[in-house]
Design a protein around this ligand. Structure first.
Ligand SMILES: Nc1ncnc2c1ncn2[C@@H]1O[C@H](COP(=O)(O)OP(=O)(O)OP(=O)(O)O)[C@@H](O)[C@H]1O
Ligand SMILES: [Mg+2]
Length: 315
């Protein structure tokens, strides 16, 4: 699109045609100040900045922008006397350990609150034991109580596939039925996110044909590449005010390449990087313990010997 979009103070979108002609007029008459796009959409900028703290995740970043646009336009439609639509925002997250599912769910809660999609935006994390009871009727009650707690925010059910584990007679099925009922009755009061490892989640969905269609947003969280893992690690270090030497960086990269290869689907991605870094920080502290002059650079630098990796057969 060649015409620049301008926001007026009342938030209306107006597309300016014939920009060149306007420029000429501007010289003669003082232009009426129009709010720049970035001001009007300050919340979107904030959201994008927060999302950009995450490495990769392009699909999720795009979805956040789409939801933002939809809410914004919906408000404008209401103001113009048009019908405001409703959207189902329940989601499914599929991915291996440590691929950022919980992190993203938390962020979505926070950002949806900023966007006014959710009044509270808090995240209630639950797993099978929090939903499934021990006797008939107990499960429905437990599940309802959790939904109540999650009202205004997100109910995040991790390892959701475990609800389908026991088959027809298992109380897990009752939990699913209760969830499905409430996610429709209370569609706009809370957002349900079911998360789990890809293969198990696919199996789980195949057990409940009605389930898939109730989750219009399905996100796959792929394993990170070694470069992405390094970037995640660097951001973690940056946040903690540490730097990493070139040697240490190479050592860490080689190690990640190796572990990622041998662990396959059980490799814990971002969590593995976090653990390695936290261990290196402790090792650095030990190394510095007997030094007398602790300057800023020494205090913030992680070097190769701080990264101690277990023997190959212990990984
Ligand atoms: N894209 C990313 N950018 C920055 N940090 C990330 C990213 N993905 C994961 N991490 C970090 O990796 C760690 C593990 O992430 P998280 O707990 O969200 O994973 P998960 O998918 O919920 O794992 P699990 O399935 O085992 O519960 C966290 O410390 C998180 O901050
Ligand atoms: Mg998690």
């Amino acid at each position: 699109m060649s015409e620049p979009i301008r926001m007026k103070n009342n938030g209306q979108i107006s597309i300016m045609l014939n920009v060149n002609k306007r420029e000429k007029i501007k010289v003669q008459n003082k232009p009426i100040p129009s709010k720049p796009l970035s001001h009007e959409h300050a919340v979107l900028n904030e959201i994008e900045n927060e999302m950009n703290t995450l490495v990769g995740m392009e699909q999720i970043k795009k979805m956040m922008k789409e939801v933002y646009a939809w809410i914004y336009i919906n408000k404008k439609r209401e103001e113009a006397g048009l019908k405001a639509g409703q959207q189902v925002l329940h989601m499914m997250f599929k991915g291996n350990p440590g691929t950022g599912k919980t992190t993203v769910a938390r962020l979505i809660g926070k950002l949806f609150q900023k966007m006014d999609v959710l009044p509270k935006g808090h995240l209630i994390e639950a797993e099978r034991a929090d939903l499934v009871g021990e006797y008939i009727g107990h499960t429905a009650q437990k599940t309802r109580d959790l939904i109540k707690k999650a009202t205004g925010g997100i109910l995040f059910v991790d390892e959701a596939y475990s609800l389908g584990r026991g088959g027809e007679k298992d109380f897990g099925k009752e939990a699913i039925d209760t969830l499905v009922k409430h996610m429709e009755d209370k569609q706009n009061e809370f957002i349900l996110i079911l998360a789990g490892y890809s293969r198990e989640m696919d199996y789980f969905l195949s057990l409940n044909p009605g389930l898939q269609s109730r989750f219009p947003l399905v996100f796959h969280f792929p394993d990170y590449t070694v470069n992405e893992l390094m970037e995640i690690g660097k951001r973690m270090l940056d946040e903690k005010e540490y730097t990493i030497s070139k040697d240490a960086e190479t050592k860490l990269k080689d190690h990640l390449l190796y572990v990622r290869g041998i662990k396959g689907d059980t490799f814990s991605n971002g969590r593995y990087v976090r653990n390695v870094i936290e261990k290196a920080i402790r090792a650095q502290a030990m190394r510095l313990l007997n030094e007398h002059h602790l300057e800023r650079t020494a205090l913030s630098s992680l070097i190769s010997e701080d990264f101690i990796f277990p023997e190959t057969n212990m990984i």
